[in-house]
Ligand binder design. Structure first.
Ligand code: COA
Length: 153
């Protein structure tokens, strides 16, 4: 799916949403594992698998990691949602977005993605892409609400 990045009217930022920091890395693997557990994309990964996925994302295996356009959301001092953005084949790309299952449907992933889109747009980027399993209804619904449309093919 792909979204055009357009200047958006100023909107109140959700409290607790901030830029990714390198020191967030250790919590992201376990958070990713909890987020995907039981979803259509759950392939029985271990926490080591999830930690490795995060490490690969930050190391550039899925395109150059863009820390200045990657966001996390905190609640009670803990990171509970993250959106990690890379540049893949020249285009900004949401490598991962995930929210702690106990914090779903509070607008956290939406707020992180919107903040990432605003950061990208401010840097002159025009589009943001991502890949999603079509059976992942919560994600497809969220992305559609944020203006992402399916790409042909
Ligand atoms: C998809 C995901 C990131 C949404 O995070 P979130 O913080 O709950 O997102 P928001 O609160 O901003 O938006 C929630 C949207 O998902 C829907 N949703 C969330 N959980 C749902 C569930 N269990 N069943 C159905 N819909 C659900 C909400 O209805 C809402 O849709 P809407 O925008 O049409 O109202 C989260 O469910 C998650 O981490 N899933 C596992 C990881 C994943 O699949 N990531 C995306 C891979 S491409």
């Amino acid at each position: 799916m792909r979204a055009a990045l357009q200047p958006s009217p100023p909107r109140a930022e959700m409290p607790g949403v901030r830029l990714f920091r390198a020191k967030d890395e250790p919590v992201l693997g376990p958070l990713m594992l909890r987020a995907y557990r039981g979803t259509v994309d759950d392939e029985g990964e271990t926490v080591e698998d999830a930690v490795a996925e995060v490490r690969k994302t930050l190391a550039g295996d899925y395109g150059d990691f863009l820390p200045a356009c990657s966001m996390v959301a905190e609640r009670d001092g803990q990171v509970v949602s993250a959106t990690l953005v890379t540049r893949l084949l020249g285009q900004p790309f949401v490598a991962f977005t995930f929210t702690d299952p106990t914090r779903r449907c509070q607008g956290l992933a939406g707020a992180c993605i919107r903040a990432a889109m605003a950061a990208l747009q401010a840097r002159g980027e025009r589009e943001l892409g991502l890949m999603v399993t079509l059976a992942n209804t919560p994600a497809v619904s969220l992305y559609t609400r944020l203006g992402f449309v399916a790409e042909p093919g």
